[in-house]
Structures are given as C-alpha cells and as structure tokens.
Design a protein around this ligand. Structure first.
Ligand code: COA
Length: 332
C-alpha cells in the first residue's frame, strides 16, 4: 500500500494587518519590513476564533475535495505551535469534534514551522503499514496569540491561518508520496523559543510579567541556519531519490522570509515561476505556511494531478525536513 496526497484546502482569516498598521504599534516602517522580509501584510484571526476553528475550516475544504465521506477519515493529526489549550485537549480532538468525527485517533504534534512535513511523514508511515486508510492532516496557527505586539523583532513576521490535506491509501505507485525526510537538533532550541507556560517556566505572575509566554527569536542566527539547512534538505532528498531539480514542477518552501526563499531558490537554480511565494500576503504562518501556499497554487491551477512537488521546511527546535510528492487529487 502507498500513501497519496488526495487534496489540499486552506482557511485564510479575513482581518488584514498591514505594515502600515504595525508602524502605529511599534518602531518600524513598511520600507524596513519589505526590504528585510518581503512581507506586506498578514492575516489575524478574530478574538473569538481559535486555532481549531481555522483548522476545521481548512479541513472541510480538504475533505470535500478528496471526494470522501467525513466518516471515512480514520485518523486526525494537527501540527501547531499555538494550540487551543496548552496541554489538553488536543487541537486535533477539537477539530475532530467540530467535524463530527468522534471515534478515531486524534492528536497534535509539535514541530513548529516544519510541522506539515512531519505530518506527511507520519501519515505516510501509518498508511504504508496498513494501519490507516484516510488521514486528515492539518497545520493550523493562531500565532497572534503567542506574539508580543510590542516586540518589533517578531511581531512583523507572523500571521494566522490553516491548511489541511487528506492522505489516502492507494495501490498505484505513480500516485504515491515519493519520500519525506525530517530531522531535529535541540541544541538550537534557545534561538527560537516560547520560554514560558511549560514545565520550565510555569504560568506564574512573575513569568507572565516577564512576557515569557511570547515567542523570542535570535533572527540573525536563525536566518543563517535556515538558508543552509533548507538548501541541504533539497539536495539530500533529490539525490537520495535520483531526481533532477529540473523534473520538479513546483518548489514549495516554508514561507518565513522572502530573502530566505530567494537565497535557497537561486542556490538551487529553481525558476521563479516554479517557486511558491506567498510570504508577502500571509507572513510566516508556521505549520500552516506550506499547505496554505500549496492551496493557493492549486486554486490558481498551477498544481495539477500528477505534478511533482518539492516541499522544504525549517523551524523552531530546530526542526527541518523535505518531501517529494506527486499531487494525486483532482484538478481544481
Ligand atoms: N523595524 C525596524 N528595525 C528593526 C526591526 C523592525 N521591525 N527589527 C529589528 N530592527 C533593527 C534591529 O534593532 C537592528 O538595529 P541596530 O542595527 O541598530 O542594532 C537592525 O534592525 C538590524 O537587525 P537584524 O536583526 O540584524 O536584521 P536582519 O537583517 O537579520 O533582519 C529578520 C531581521 C528577523 C527579518 C531576519 O533576521 C530574519 O528573517 N530571520 C529569520 C527569521 C525567521 O524566519 N524565523 C522563523 C524561522 S521558521
């Protein structure tokens, strides 16, 4: 049995936070943000919308496009760094409840911006082992809930959103997810971290006063490791599978910063028209960034059945990974 990516869907919150809005909140400028990151605006969920609401709406689209019944889903996994609740219940369980799925395995994973690639690896293994047949994977983030809007070094970068896909079993090798590579190195943990609210710095008045509940980042150091790692990821997976870069129809890297995507793209000689670029309108949506970008390309008719997609992600942990996938859904 092989695993096939049967569909893609996303949910993009309505509220837009522009660079001009941020100019009124912190000491920054549209010019600085665009020059350093390529980001012009990002989406912010409503106060009464939680991460599972975003994930649920993306999941509905993905299930509909996979041409399956909701009750055929036999596992739900969500990647998020901004879960509905810190410890339990899981965001995947909340999404399942909203979908009306109440009797299947549902759990979250923590792999920051590499979350969607980790999900693909898990779904592929569960399906290839024969344990499951239709797995719903979701990257969903209300990152605005863990961002300090007084910290100009992080608040300009991130946005909210969700993306989802159905991974189904197939006997046709031509439809299969070809390969997924994923790794982590906790030695870099401190460079991109939400220090508070876990067992290390529990929710206490002093920790909250020190704003430990918000993410902190050493931007410059993260940037350098990200470019190197994302480039190596691509070289490794292409070489391992004896696939030439020219055979790739669409390169879909994690959307953290235009300069990071450009550095990787030019090092690897991918044409601009074959590279996903959504960071200017969504910012960095962490685990949702790759499926949101894939969904936009799909809806624009730029990804068709049989197309070879190369995914490439990097994030806190550090975590990183890549995937080679043939799109096995119906055309938009
Ligand atoms: N507006 C204006 N100035 C800002 C600013 C902002 N929003 N944020 C930082 N600055 C200032 C700094 O204070 C610094 O000033 P100084 O030179 O007087 O000390 C200057 O701009 C340069 O800061 P630096 O951090 O060196 O800039 P940079 O070129 O590295 O760009 C990032 C900063 C965050 C855009 C960049 O490092 C980056 O994108 N890193 C990767 C982040 C990322 O992708 N994280 C997620 C990975 S999944």
């Amino acid at each position: 049995m092989y695993a096939a990516l049967r569909s893609i869907g996303s949910y993009i919150p309505e509220n837009i936070l522009t660079n001009q809005d941020l100019e009124k909140m912190v000491d920054t400028s549209d010019e600085w943000i665009v020059k350093r990151t390529g980001i012009k605006e990002r989406r912010i969920a409503n106060d009464d919308e939680v991460t599972s609401d975003l994930g649920y709406k993306a999941a509905l689209k993905a299930i509909d496009r996979a041409d399956i019944n909701i009750n055929e889903i036999d596992m739900v996994i969500c990647a998020t760094l901004s879960p509905d609740y810190l410890t339990m219940p899981s965001t995947a369980a909340m999404i399942s409840k909203k979908l009306g799925i109440t009797n299947v395995m549902a759990f979250d994973i923590s792999a920051a911006c590499t979350g969607f690639v980790y999900l693909l690896s898990l779904a592929k293994s569960f399906i290839e082992s024969g344990a499951k047949k239709n797995i719903l994977i979701i990257g969903a983030e209300k990152i605005s809930s863990v961002v300090d809007y007084e910290d100009r070094t992080t608040c300009i970068l991130f946005g909210d959103g969700a993306g989802a896909a159905v991974i189904g079993a197939t006997e046709d090798k031509n439809e299969a997810i070809i390969d997924v590579l994923a790794s982590a190195d906790g030695n870099y943990g401190d460079l991109l971290i939400t220090p508070g609210c876990g067992s290390k710095n529990p929710i206490r008045e002093d920790n909250v006063k020190d704003k430990l509940q918000y993410m902190k980042m050493s931007g410059n150091e993260v940037f350098k490791v990200a470019v190197k790692t994302l480039t190596n990821d691509v070289i490794e997976i292409l070489e391992k599978n004896k696939i030439d870069a020219s055979e790739v129809d669409m390169f879909i890297p994690h959307q953290a910063n235009y300069r990071i995507v450009e550095a990787v793209r030019t090092k690897l000689n991918f044409p601009l028209e074959k590279t996903a670029l959504t960071v200017s309108k969504y910012g960095n949506t962490s685990s949702a960034s790759i499926p949101m970008a894939m969904n936009d390309l799909y809806e624009e008719g730029k990804i068709k059945k049989g197309d070879l997609m190369l995914l490439d992600a990097f994030g806190g942990g550090f975590t990183w990974g890549s995937a080679l996938i043939r799109f096995a859904g119906k055309n938009f």
